[in-house]
Design a protein around this ligand. Structure first.
Ligand code: SF4
Length: 230
């Protein structure tokens, strides 16, 4: 597996756990607001951390870290993902996987093989606006298959949205609530306009805190738990 980045400690990526974060390159989406554009567009140009070096790091951190967050790009694109996750679990760490949910077959294999303890799936926007947000033509049935897999997996999970202002309004928030109704946890994340895949998102002003809290209130009837990350 070509590991493209390692953040050695994080208190915010894996809920209630101290984790390190592993970045994998490449993605099948082209979200204009993506903040990992180098990793998405030019993964081959990013330095690679040898897997052996990463596992050595994990062996040294035993007792200090609870888990590993595996993120991207899109981790589920990599056929070596199962092997990487198995190596992490063999060392006694919990695994959290971040995914855009567009590869339900890979997701199913990982769940079946019990290689993951927490899944965070992005919900880019409502069903109708998905292609606009993801920047590609979308077969929405793949997203819906992943949603069902995750909900029925028995694994801890969250669905989460980054609130990019042009892609979210009250109507879209309510559509998402109805679409995912009955799910355990939905997280609303603040958008930070830093380096973005499409430069036009760089100057987009983040939504005010009050607006995000208003969205959270609207969503509460649809989910067991709604969280705001600002
Ligand atoms: S934000 Fe979109 S393009 Fe960027 S890594 Fe996530 S799914 Fe891929």
């Amino acid at each position: 597996m070509k590991i493209k980045g390692l953040q050695k400690t994080s208190l915010i990526d894996y809920p209630d756990k101290m984790s390190c974060v592993v970045f994998l390159g490449g993605c099948n989406f082209r979200c204009g607001f993506c903040q990992n554009s180098d990793l998405v567009l030019e993964p081959e140009k990013q330095p690679t951390i040898p897997e052996s070096e990463f596992f050595e790091f994990l062996d040294q951190r035993k007792g200090w870290l609870d888990g590993v967050t595996v993120t991207g790009g899109e981790p589920c694109l990599h056929k070596e993902l199962s092997q990487l996750l198995a190596g992490i679990k063999e060392r006694g760490y919990m695994v959290k996987l971040d995914t855009n949910g567009y590869n339900p077959v890979a997701l199913m294999q990982i769940i079946d093989q019990k290689l993951v303890d927490y899944i965070a799936m992005d919900i880019k926007t409502d069903r109708e606006s998905y292609p606009k947000a993801a920047g590609i033509d979308i077969d929405i049935s793949k997203i819906e298959k992943s949603i069902e897999l995750i909900r029925n997996s028995g694994i801890l999970y969250e669905f989460r949205s980054t609130l990019v202002p042009p892609l979210f309004n009250k109507g879209i928030i309510l559509n998402i609530g109805k679409w995912l109704e009955g799910s355990n946890k939905y997280v609303l994340q603040q958008f930070r306009a830093e380096k973005t895949l499409d430069p036009k998102f760089k100057d987009v002003k983040p939504l005010p805190k009050e607006k995000i809290e208003e969205f959270a209130e609207l969503l509460k009837p649809f989910f067991k738990k709604v969280e705001v990350r600002i």
